[in-house]
Design a protein around this ligand. Structure first.
Ligand code: ADP
Length: 364
């Protein structure tokens, strides 16, 4: 419905295509994508009949899903139960599934969840300090998000490490508009910074991250906020945007800080400090660390942020190689040869991870 609807499409060995076409419904948008996939000039397949399955990235599987699933009525019912847990994303996800069912009748739709990678967390990591009766009644616990990204990156980093997978201790920083860190031991997630919803943990573009819940109750009372208004304040007006007053976009905040804006400088310091202290906690949970990995928009591109975070861990013998770190959007090791902890940039690829998951499920 936006005036600026844009489809960017690029197939291997072919030029990029940018199509500006106003679409009002998910179905029309997905149809546009399908038309590009089969277009004679830019496409990669001859007809939509060549599509064997569609993978959908779903943000919240709640307590209903501990693995990916092939969509049927029962899956849709369970997804509808998850709407309350991710009210912005889940209805759009369901609409996307319905649109694909209409456009590609008979083709299996597979749902792949952002929460599933974190299912291996132990109880002590996912339990909140509230009455057990209530947490059980409402399924309130830490779920964790960005699972497809953490999963992809945690597998990818293994090819650079000398330790066997089952002994590996890795901390992954997914730093984008939404941001989360996970602690991965032996290839399995043991803790992560997002919680019951993607609002918890790090300070993000517009999300506050961890905050004393009493401060929220206090604000609601003093500012006369409904739960919906409080939700909007913490999800949409806080984080880097809230602290800096400049923007939720990291680049804008960096520029403002360079120009001397004190609030922007504060926002960047708070952002890095929260990340560093979270990593520190995870090193304790892991009992050490073999590798620290940066991914997503800020993690892949912000040279100063990686440097600022790594400085906190010099006490551990972690040393960044400033020349190797002077890069954007490349996959490489950026630690010095004599660093006790290896540091990497690994651009995330959630699409390939979802595609592999779909193939694995269908092969079964
Ligand atoms: P999401 O997928 O969560 O929307 P991304 O992973 O695309 O987010 O990351 C977006 C963030 O990455 C934005 O805050 C953007 O400013 C930041 N970013 C992108 N490029 C750069 C860059 N060159 N330097 C610093 N930050 C960057």
């Amino acid at each position: 419905g936006s005036d600026d609807c844009t489809l960017k499409y690029e197939a291997a060995d072919k030029g990029a295509v940018v199509i500006k076409q106003k679409t009002f419904y998910h179905k029309d948008a997905i149809d546009l994508v399908l038309q590009e996939l089969i277009s004679e000039k830019d496409g990669v397949i001859k007809s939509t009949k060549d599509i064997w399955a569609v993978g959908h990235r779903i943000v919240h599987g709640g307590a209903y899903f501990n693995k990916s699933a092939i969509v049927d009525d029962d899956v849709i019912n369970k997804l509808e139960q998850c709407i309350l847990l991710a009210p912005l994303h889940t209805p759009a996800n369901i609409t996307g599934i319905r649109a694909c069912q209409t456009l590609l009748p008979g083709v299996p739709e597979i749902v792949v969840f952002d929460t599933v990678f974190h299912n291996t967390m132990p109880k002590k990591a996912y339990t909140y300090g509230i009455p057990k009766k209530l947490s059980e009644k409402h399924n309130i616990r830490k779920y964790g998000f960005h699972g497809t990204s953490h999963s992809y990156v945690s597998k990818r980093v293994m090819q650079y490490l000398d330790v066997p997978v089952e002994e590996s201790k890795v901390v992954i920083c997914h730093l984008g508009n939404g941001a989360s860190i996970s602690a991965v031991k032996g290839g399995k997630c043991i803790d992560t910074s997002m919680g019951f919803t993607p609002l918890d943990g790090l300070v993000m573009g517009t999300r506050c991250g961890s905050i004393d819940p009493a401060a929220v109750l206090f604000l609601m009372e003093r500012e006369n906020l409904t739960p919906l208004e409080a939700d909007r304040l913490l999800n949409k007006k806080s984080g880097l945007l809230g602290i800096s007053g400049v923007s939720s976009d990291f680049r804008d905040v960096e520029i403002a800080a360079m120009e001397g804006n004190e609030d922007a400088k504060d926002a960047l310091e708070v952002f890095k400090y929260r990340i560093a202290t979270t990593i520190g906690g995870y090193i304790t949970a892991l009992g050490g660390i073999d590798a620290l990995v940066f991914t997503a928009g800020i993690g892949e591109n912000s040279i100063t942020t990686r440097e600022g975070i790594c400085e906190y861990f010099e006490y551990l013998g972690l040393k960044l190689d400033k020349d190797k770190n002077n890069v954007r959007n490349d996959e490489r090791e950026i630690s010095a040869d004599d660093s006790k902890v290896k540091v990497f940039i690994i651009p995330t690829d959630e699409e390939i991870e979802i595609a592999r998951e779909v193939k694995q499920l269908l092969d079964k």
